[in-house]
Design a binder for this molecule. Structure first.
Ligand code: SF4
Ligand code: SF4
Length: 443
């Protein structure tokens, strides 16, 4: 794609990066076929190619985003299916990330929208606030039936519709908190390794059992696990809201504490059980590339970051204890399959450990969770969830496995089939307890 940035514009490293990305796009349109919003809405401006044009125009002309541009960028899930499909290697992720920052900086949203986004950016990355808000939401759940039901996905969602989505996503009860930062779980038997495990923010409130399963499995296989003190939310939630000052501050804080831990007692990896977080931590090196104080450290952290299934693929797991022919529908989270290109490891691990693994039809399509998307764009998100659940039902599973808490909550909202994390099944298969709950905190 031809671009026309001035030399002065290209002196800005972000614009230089955008220019490189835009020039790689040959506007072939292959990406439109796998874009969930284009598949649902059929509008070119809700496709990757259409959004790329909008972003190009906004950056080249260096003008504030219009309402129309914001509408179509806001509808993007950042699912990155387009990056998997693109034959030219267009890095849509870095382009749309930049567009979101520009929108946040230069576009004045209506007051209610600004307040809602500020509240999400404040509450979600903070486990204590998130826990308190979930307890409040629990009281409000009976109101769901009184609030406006889903509308056409093309319509802009109202505040009441978003409140309804938030209440509907809140759990029926909250589990007790998991172990605190600073905890160390020694290896059982001969020590074979040492890893940090990301504590996460929403996940540690909704489903501490996921990291508990990871700790159980890892220590049982000789790997010491540390929950690093003073670790923060990885920044993914605010990064996707275009609030990069917040996201970068969190990234710097994490780089500092993780590298200190690695220098003090050694770390083979920083393991992540929420693939949405893993994708962003693996991008810290890029996000902080222009920060002389952090660029090298961030690159080191990105290299250490691994999805739990990626790491376990290199570990000799104990022989599985058979649990019968349990059919597991494997839901490929977008952040894992498109963001991190991890497609086989979770399925191979489940198969090797005695589960009958089924691929879900249209597995490239997002379930609609996408960070805060199911709150901010509930109508599109509901449609994607319903489509995902219908596709899952086609393989008649006994259980659904996924590697991302957001997907688990989203899918559990539309099905009675138990939804578990892949690590819970692997822990169970190799001697841990049977996963007990249907969905994170939803009983
Ligand atoms: S598939 Fe890639 S090159 Fe083709 S239009 Fe989409 S982003 Fe551009
Ligand atoms: S990230 Fe997903 S929703 Fe956004 S343009 Fe790409 S495929 Fe479409």
């Amino acid at each position: 794609m031809k671009t026309e940035f001035s030399l002065a514009q290209l002196a800005d490293p972000d614009i230089a990066e955008a220019d490189k990305i835009l020039r790689a796009c040959v506007h072939c349109g292959f990406c439109t076929a796998t874009c969930p919003t284009y598949v649902l809405l059929g509008d070119e401006l809700d496709s990757p190619r259409g959004r790329i044009y909008l972003i190009k125009e906004m950056l080249e002309k260096d003008r504030p985003p219009t309402r129309e541009v914001v509408k179509h960028i806001d509808r993007c899930l950042s699912c990155l299916a387009c990056m998997t499909t693109c034959p030219s290697g267009v890095n849509y992720m870095h382009l749309v990330d930049q567009a979101r920052v520009r929108i946040e900086r230069d576009y004045k949203r209506p007051l209610i929208e600004r307040l809602l986004r500020a509240a999400l950016a404040l509450v979600l990355p903070n486990p204590a606030l998130f826990r308190a808000s979930m307890m409040l939401a629990r009281l409000g759940r009976p109101l769901v039936a009184l609030l406006p039901a889903p509308r056409q996905a093309m319509a802009s969602p109202t505040l009441l519709r978003r409140i309804r989505a938030m209440l509907a996503l809140s759990p029926g009860r909250l589990p007790a908190p998991g172990p605190a930062g600073g905890s160390v779980f020694p290896a059982i038997g001969e020590k074979r390794g040492r890893v940090a495990l990301l504590q996460g923010c929403a996940q540690q409130v909704l489903a501490p059992r996921i990291n508990q399963a990871a700790i159980n499995l890892l220590t049982r296989h000789g790997i010491e696990v540390v929950l690093v003190r003073d670790e923060q939310c990885c920044g993914a939630l605010t990064h996707h809201l275009g609030r990069d000052d917040d996201a970068l501050a969190r990234a710097r804080a994490n780089v500092t504490v993780w590298l200190a831990e690695a220098e003090r007692d050694g770390l083979d990896a920083i393991l992540v059980t929420t693939s949405g977080c893993g994708t962003v931590i693996k991008d810290y090196g890029f996000m902080l590339r222009e920060d002389p104080g952090f660029a090298a450290g961030a690159a080191k952290v990105s290299a250490l970051a691994k999805d739990i299934t990626e790491y376990l693929s290199g570990v000799d797991l104990q022989p599985p204890q058979r649990h019968g022919d349990i059919v597991v529908a494997y839901h490929a989270a977008c952040s894992l399959q498109h963001g991190q290109k991890i497609t086989q490891a979770p399925k191979e691990l489940l198969s090797k450990n005695g589960f009958v693994v089924k691929d879900v039809p249209e597995s490239h399509l997002c379930c609609g969770s996408a960070g805060t998307y199911n709150i901010l764009q509930p109508d599109i998100a509901d449609k994607l969830r319903d489509r995902k659940v219908a596709n899952i039902a086609m393989v008649k599973p006994d259980m659904i496995a996924a590697g991302n808490i957001g997907c688990m909550v989203q899918i559990a909202g539309g099905t009675s089939v138990p939804v578990v994390h892949t690590i819970e099944l692997l822990d169970w298969a190799t001697g841990g307890p049977k996963p007990g709950l249907k969905a994170p905190g939803l009983t």
